[in-house]
Design a protein around this ligand. Sequence first.
Ligand SMILES: [Mg+2]
Length: 414
Amino acid sequence: MPDINWQNKILHIDINSYFAALLQQENPKLRNKPVGIVKDVGRTCIIAASKEAKKLGVSTGSNAYEAKLKAPDIVLVPAQFDRYLDATKRLKKIFMNVSPNIYIYSLDEAFVNISHCQKYLYPDVEQLAKNIQQQIQLELGEWVTSNVGISANYFLAKIASNIAPKGTVLTIDENNLDGILAEVPFAEVCGVGLRLEKKLKKLGVTNPYQIRFYSQAELELFFGPFWSRELLKIAYGEETNHLALLEKPLSQMKSVSRSITGYHLYDDEKEIKAIIYNLISEVIHKVRKMNLAGRQVSIFLNGQDQFWADHLTVKHFINHEQEMFEIIYNKLYKNWKRHFKIIKFGVRMSLLEKMGQNSLLPNWQKTEKIHQAMDDVNDKYGLFTLRTGALLNQPIIKPEVTGFLGDRIYQLGE
Ligand SMILES: [Mg+2]
């Protein structure tokens, strides 16, 4: 018997074509038209598409040129991450009214666990799902439709909403479980990436159910100890390791990082310095907002197919831009014998702890005063209103919210 407690009830809500639907809601002229969202003006990678564009074969990740071949009338619009985040915060409120046990999984996806209150509050779970769909439309507009998947664990609830027709509710229960596992393609199964899917295909396995034909020992030969166990859970529809982590409390962030892929290969020292400073500013801004400070900083650089990284751990806590820059740029980066041009930059602060009386050195306090004043202005008028010298005359890389909310404590105040 698979390890599933059918008394548990989890809902997975997934907004259909989120970014495009919000845009079409706001601008009725774009409704019923193929729309592609690009990251920024002049960028060509499509990060989201309207349902009309998807029907014509435009998918996330395709470039503007390919998209125009498939949908000549496609309208390309730059993303507005601030707005998406704002809408997600409104969604969060709706979900919180249903149950306090919610997990925002990405900007347009959330889990609501009603296991503890279902029996008395929501005897008809499908009706609850429909009510949620309606509330979303009331809050964000009629154009914003959603799928709701219902099942006994996170893994199955997500499959249910993935395979449900757009705008509908689907329940996976004891009766339809095996049939669905024998039909659902791995692309719809959370945790099975493209590489794993290809490896499975070599064994002739194209759906979760077929994994049952292999023993754990056999699977271990191909996939190693971790994945053989994980695959057997997937085969029977049990909670996977990745999603079980959702219930672990997000006590505190252990690290904050930020990376960016540039527009070209970077060779110019001034440009490189500015980008590094820029990323550090954002990391520090987040760290300070959460009232944290860290003792370890790292830098990561990618060339076309090269990689370099270095880090330094210090004795005292750091939460100032200049100090992080001093270590990353002057101590780490400058000591690197640069042998490739850079396309991707990343910085990280880790070993984070709550900022208490960590540092009372007079020097720290002086910098702290200046920094607090900068925070106030940046909070009021937007990050990078006050910029340090290194950023002047350089294009600013604005903070953005990615699809997956890796830093959701910061973004959603969880
Ligand atoms: Mg979606």
